[in-house]
Write a protein that binds this ligand. Structure first.
Ligand code: DGT
Ligand code: CA
Ligand code: CA
Ligand code: ZN
Length: 576
């Protein structure tokens, strides 16, 4: 599947165009990259089916980008990009992954110091060459170094939501082999961890050699590390490693439990077996005489050990084993159980689709309500709405609701920007007219911890703020969370009856699992939103559900499992 690779190239195009100071085009390339990444079918098949004109229906894709997509699918390259690369031969992708380093900075550094790679950049920082450049200083040099360290710590882990399509495709491909009896991904992928190191797949097959041969012939395989009938290891073109193991039917459950992990969970499980004088490994559960007493299914292993079966998302040794022993595991929120989405951007600001398009797709996938939450005026880069435009949008939505009556309810909302001092950039008088208000931090990420915490708390104290969006502000593999005292924030959310969001966008997943767990324990209400900037992004909602499950959340913790009227009534501090 070429989606991921193409998205990469389009992002590089965006970066080069931004470097050259070309207006608007970079944003279009970014949007197009997002669309293709989120497309749940192979771009090659999709392009064949819909043709150039059809490609233009994807958010961000116009005539010229559609042509480049077709060029890439034909030749594997984008000529214009090749030329740009020749002109400024830098590792634009890696360099711009560093927080605080944009394409224009990359260009300046290349011109002034010949910096082409991450190594060059790090060396120049350490030799204090950056601080001497005009427009830079010791502070920006420090910041770049910090960014490099953060980037390196991410250490080549892949963001779950971005690799799901290719893994699903691989699993389907393996299942299509006539000798495949069962094919199940295990490891961190099955636990739905926000990032994965590699993919571990288990299979049952009467003909291991044949299925391994089939595996290495998967078109996305780039390199074969090792190939044998029991285990084969490859690297995919996107850089992701995949292990396939063929195991006996009789020990499939034991293997699945073992390779699902986590390692810490496994160690605890083995301890429980040992205490009974038994043995647990990837082949089965064995009693004191060495007789196998379970192994075919995971369920029977947990049962024989006296535990409830534990959903994979919980297997991180975070208290799940004790609860399972007491048969007190929570009934986790189910996939597909969200009825609404409370954070949806549209082309009134930086989204790729109209309100109507967002509504119609929501209807198609079975949502009962969406809340339109465009950015507000102080976030100028997104074309944020001012009071007048918000009022206009409200009126517009009121009319649309007549059209969509019985199909979907569109709620009036906003993603209000929290300013440096914790005040909002839209007056309370206007906020009072909205159905639902989310507030979020998008600037001044570097305040000291106490000031940042106070800033967020001040916003929560506003009686018109229903929810804090993406409360910690992190971007996985790119930007660490801003410094806040999260326990204090959660406590204050409880006190002020403010909802906290689980933003399901793959590189946000913010709140993260451990914070969600704290909210659940404290009774702080949560919502799960896609943060959609395109109609294709609703599919991320289930990633948010996965994160919520990892945080022990049940249906009652997540307010958008309610019907719209119930939801509105439940808003903890609504002033009606
Ligand atoms: P990843 O790939 O870094 O995202 O994380 P995992 O959890 O997929 O880890 P991975 O791929 O190294 O191994 C897959 C599973 O195999 C892991 O979750 C638990 C099991 N496993 C691996 N090494 C050990 C070990 O030394 N002891 C035990 N008990 N289990 C292990
Ligand atoms: Ca793994
Ligand atoms: Ca592995
Ligand atoms: Zn935002």
């Amino acid at each position: 599947m070429k989606n991921q690779e193409l998205a990469r190239l389009l992002r590089m195009m965006a970066a080069y165009l931004e470097m050259k100071g070309i207006p608007f085009k970079p944003q279009a390339y970014e949007k197009a990259a997002y669309s293709i990444e989120a497309l749940d079918e192979d771009i090659e098949e999709f392009a064949k089916k819909v043709g150039k004109e059809g490609l233009k229906n994807l958010p961000g894709v116009g005539e010229s980008i559609a042509e480049k997509i077709i060029e890439y699918l034909k030749t594997g390259k984008i000529r214009e990009l090749e030329e740009l690369k020749k002109e400024v031969p830098v590792d634009i992708e890696t360099l711009t992954s560093i927080e605080g380093v944009g394409p224009k900075t990359v260009y300046k550094l290349y011109k002034a110091l010949g910096i082409k790679t991450l190594e060059d950049l790090e060396k120049a920082c350490r030799e204090h060459k950056i601080r001497r450049l005009p427009g830079f200083g010791p502070q920006s040099e420090e910041k770049i170094l910090k960014g490099i360290e953060f980037f390196k710590k991410g250490g080549g882990r892949f963001i779950l939501g971005f690799i799901i399509p290719v893994v699903e495709k691989l699993v389907d491909y393996l299942k299509s082999h006539p000798s495949a009896k069962k094919v199940v991904p295990a490891g961190s992928y099955r636990r739905r961890k926000e990032t994965v190191g590699d993919i571990d797949i288990l299979a049952i097959s009467e003909n291991p050699e044949e299925i391994m041969e089939h595996f290495v012939n998967f078109p996305e395989v780039e390199h074969i590390y090792a190939k044998g009938p029991a285990k084969t290891m490859v690297r995919l073109k996107i850089g992701l490693d995949v292990d396939l193991r063929v195991v006996e039917e009789d020990s499939f459950g034991a293997a699945l439990a073992y390779f699902t992990g986590s390692k810490d969970h496994n160690i605890q499980m083995r301890e429980i077996a040992l205490k009974k004088g038994w043995k647990l490994n990837e082949y089965g559960l064995f009693d004191e005489k060495g007789k196998k007493i379970a192994g075919k299914t995971e369920e029977e292993i947990y049962e024989k050990l006296g535990l409830e079966w534990i959903p994979p998302e919980l297997r991180e040794n975070q208290g799940e084993i004790q609860l399972a022993l007491q048969k007190k595991l929570p009934k986790l929120i189910e996939y597909g159980s969200l009825k609404g989405d409370l954070q949806v951007q549209t082309n009134w600001t930086d989204g790729g689709n109209s309100i109507e398009e967002m509504a119609e797709e929501a209807i198609k996938i079975g949502l009962k309500y969406i809340c339109i939450t465009d950015h507000t005026k102080s976030l100028a880069v997104t074309g944020g709405l001012d009071e007048d435009k918000l009022l206009k949008q409200m009126e517009y939505i009121d009319n649309l609701n007549k059209k969509y009556k019985g199909k979907i309810r569109i709620l009036k909302g906003a993603e209000v920007n929290i300013q440096k001092d914790g005040s909002l950039d839209i007056s309370n008088e206007i906020l009072a007219k909205l159905d639902f208000v989310g507030a979020a931090i998008h600037t001044h990420f570097n305040l000291p911890k106490s000031a940042q915490t106070e800033r967020l708390i001040k916003a929560m104290k506003n009686p018109f703020v229903d929810c804090i969006f993406h409360p910690t502000g992190r971007i996985i593999n790119k930007r660490p969370p801003y410094e806040i005292d999260i326990d204090k924030v959660i406590e204050e959310a409880k006190k002020t009856n403010t909802i906290l969001e689980i933003d399901a966008y793959p590189d946000r997943l913010d709140l993260k699992d451990e914070h969600i767990k704290k909210c659940v324990e404290k009774g702080v209400k949560l919502v799960i939103d896609s943060d959609a900037h395109s109609f294709l992004h609703y599919q991320f909602l289930d990633l948010g559900v996965a994160q919520a499950r990892r945080g022990f959340a049940t249906e009652k913790d997540i307010l958008n499992t309610l019907d719209v009227d119930e939801f509105l009534k439940s808003l903890p501090k609504r002033r009606k």
